[in-house]
Structure formats: C-alpha cells, structure tokens
Design a protein around this ligand. Structure first.
Ligand SMILES: [Zn+2]
Length: 260
C-alpha cells in the first residue's frame, strides 16, 4: 500500500502547541503571523528569538498525542509512505516516524541557521538555546567565543563562520519552501499514485497542500480529510471526518491496517 499523509497545526494543537490562528497563538499581545516574518526579524531579532525560545520550550514539554502515534503506526505498517507536515515541532519524530519517511516542509524549530551562509546546527533535546559555546560580538565588533550563562544572557546570536545573524530554521510567511524538501515530496509523487491520502489538521489554505493531495490521489485513491471544520480541500475529499485528529486518526489507521 502506498500512503501519503499531510498534517498541519491542528495535530500538534492537541498536544498543547498553540496554532497561529485564534487567541491562543498570541504572544505578548503580538500576532504570530506578523512575528514569523523576515521583516519582524530584521526589525527586532531579539523579540523574535524570545518568542521562538518560548515555543521551543513549550514543544520540549509537550508529548505526542494519539494522532502522532497513529501516524507513526501507519508509517511502520506501510511499505511506501511519506508524511509531509507543516509542523516545525518534533512530535511526529518523537512518536516514531523515521526521518526518511517525513518531510518538514516548513522547517524544524530546533535548527538554528545563519541568515547568510550555509552554517546551521540542530539542538534537538536538552537545551538548544545553549550550545557549548557560540560566537558573540565584542564591543570592538570582532567575534569571540563565549560560554553562555543562561538563556536570558544569550539573546541574539552571530554566525561563527561569517558573522551574520543566526535565525530559527523555519520557513516564515512570505518565504519560499525549502527546495530540497519540495523535491523529496515531488519524487514521492512521481514514484506512483497513492492508495490512500490523509490530510489532517491543516486548513489547507496553502495551495501546495491541495496540489499534492490531489496529485497523490489522481488515480482514484481514497482522500480522507480529518478536520473539525470545512476547508478548501473538503470538496475534493472522498471521506470527510469532522473530528479532532487525536480522536479520528487512531480509528482510521486501525481500519486501514485491518482491511488494507
Ligand atoms: Zn554564516
């Protein structure tokens, strides 16, 4: 069986990760859709980093829910499987979806990368805000390496290779999707049509989600939408499940495994 699963913020919301929509997403009375932009970062990198630090902390404290577990089970059971998630958290990975079966199309919040060169590092687990040392600028403007004392003291970071600002390794509003990750999705889609496509917890307002879901199901695959609300994808779905993902997905995966 060949399966494509697309997930969005709704899946992580059930683990307590606030979405960008609605009051939950607001932080210090600021709209996340305005914070997660290159413009906000250019204007106030400190503020944007403070927000990401809190989001990282919240994600570290969160646990995968029944939806993450169900998707991981499906990934293990299916020969040909790809999960494309808009979520930048690591909850799918922690539930057990292997890296080669997953594309984080909006990046990974635990990656810190340079705004100019290719330098990046992953701080998954532990405290990604506090690597053993990093470069900071002295008053003369020259780089020096310091050991961070606490998250509060290490605010804005500089690339140890090229001296530019470091930023979170996520895709902000108005930015392009990472080319390599898009390529991985397209390779999977070109590898054959799917038997089942599941779209869960995403409002599917971004065109590529609809494009990929339709492309994968072009030869009559079952296209299952799991979302409490109607989305632009709903009219294409062969099955609509108007329930939260953590309720619906365990049942759907059980059915697929039993009858697949
Ligand atoms: Zn750099």
């Amino acid at each position: 069986m060949r399966v494509l699963v697309l997930t969005g913020a709704g899946v992580s919301a059930e683990s307590g990760i606030p979405t960008f929509r609605g009051n939950d997403g607001y932080w210090r009375n600021l709209d996340p859709t305005k914070l997660a932009t290159p413009e906000a970062f250019a204007r106030d990198p400190q503020l944007v980093w403070d927000w990401y630090r809190e989001r990282r902390q919240r994600i570290r404290n969160a646990r995968p829910n029944a939806a993450h577990d169900a998707i991981a089970r499906l990934a293990r059971w299916t020969d040909e499987f790809l999960l494309v998630t808009q979520n930048v958290d690591d909850l799918h990975a922690r539930a057990g979806v292997a890296a080669e079966k997953m594309v984080q199309i909006h990046g990974d919040i635990f990656v810190t990368r340079c705004t100019r060169c290719e330098f990046s590092y992953v701080g998954r687990g532990g405290s990604p805000e506090r690597p053993e040392s990093w470069a900071t600028k002295s008053k003369s403007g020259r780089l020096r390496s310091i050991a961070p004392t606490s998250d509060d003291h290490v605010n804005v970071r500089w690339c140890p290779k090229c001296d530019a600002l470091m930023r979170p390794g996520v895709v902000w509003f108005g930015e392009q999707l990472p080319w390599k990750e898009v390529q991985r999705v397209e390779d999977f889609l070109e590898g054959g049509t799917c038997d089942v496509v599941i779209v869960a917890g995403t409002t599917a307002t971004l065109g590529y989600i609809i494009d990929w879901a339709l492309c994968a199901s072009r030869d009559g695959a079952e296209l299952i939408e799991v979302n409490p609300e109607e989305t632009p994808l709903s009219r294409f779905a062969t099955r609509l499940v108007r329930e939260p993902a953590a309720i619906a997905l365990p049942r759907i995966v059980d059915e697929l495994i039993a009858f697949g």
